[in-house]
Design a protein around this ligand. Structure first.
Ligand SMILES: [Zn+2]
Length: 218
């Protein structure tokens, strides 16, 4: 809960549906401006504890920059107010094969270390009679990525949002990503990538799945 002095009291465990990002029920009671002020204040403390001199010209605005980046950019997908509103169009050509959008850029952050996850998403759907503006597929990937994430949940969240937007279960999502928490620290393996997939509806059918995987050449 948010206290009168804008500090936070962490409540006991809440129930979160398994595919949802674990958020407190009061996650959006505080406005963005207050969030940025608080994050900047706390980030200053982190920098001070690390021994950095916040009077230095190069460092003095870093807390504010980080706060703005968190709230308005890299974690803006936490807030449902920023959810893309995809428009669907009639499918005048009766195109009824799968549509595949490959190599959609994924920029996310690992929720265990708060360092980047960078990769590509490949998504596909089979139209139920309506089609979606292509860039909306990118926007859905981007929105779900702009949260502290784990790749498995990100993959499922994208698939669920595609189903909702397209009004069909016939969707597939593959993500191939590089985790900075694996490369820049810990095991320090810069070469490995992590692959996750979610196949739904007709994509559970072996032939359809194979066609999709051929298209994305994995
Ligand atoms: Zn991590």
């Amino acid at each position: 809960m948010i206290n009168k002095d804008s500090t936070l009291t962490i409540e006991p465990e809440y129930y979160h549906p398994v595919y949802d990002t674990p958020l407190r029920p009061d996650a959006f009671e505080m406005d963005d401006k207050t969030k940025m002020e608080l994050i900047a204040k706390h980030f200053s403390r982190i920098m001070e504890v690390l021994g950095m001199d916040l009077n230095d010209d190069s460092l003095k605005d870093t807390p504010k920059r980080v706060a703005k980046m968190y709230v308005k950019e890299i974690f803006s997908g936490l807030n449902p107010a920023n959810k893309p509103k995809p428009t669907l169009f009639k499918n005048p050509f009766q195109y009824n094969q799968m549509l595949v959008e490959r190599n959609i850029a994924v920029f996310s952050n690992c929720e265990h270390h708060f360092v980047p996850i960078v990769g590509k998403a490949h998504v596909a759907y089979i139209s139920n009679g309506m089609v979606i503006g292509l860039s909306k597929l990118n926007r859905i990937v981007q929105y779900c990525s702009q949260r502290p994430q784990i790749q498995e949940r990100l993959t499922i969240q994208i698939a669920n949002m595609l189903k909702e937007a397209l009004g069909t279960d016939d969707v597939a999502v593959v993500i191939d990503a590089h985790h900075h928490c694996v490369s820049s620290r810990g095991i320090r393996d810069a070469g490995s990538t992590t692959l996750t997939a979610e196949y739904c509806g007709q994509f559970l059918n072996a032939e359809t799945k194979k066609e999709f995987l051929n298209h994305i050449a994995l």
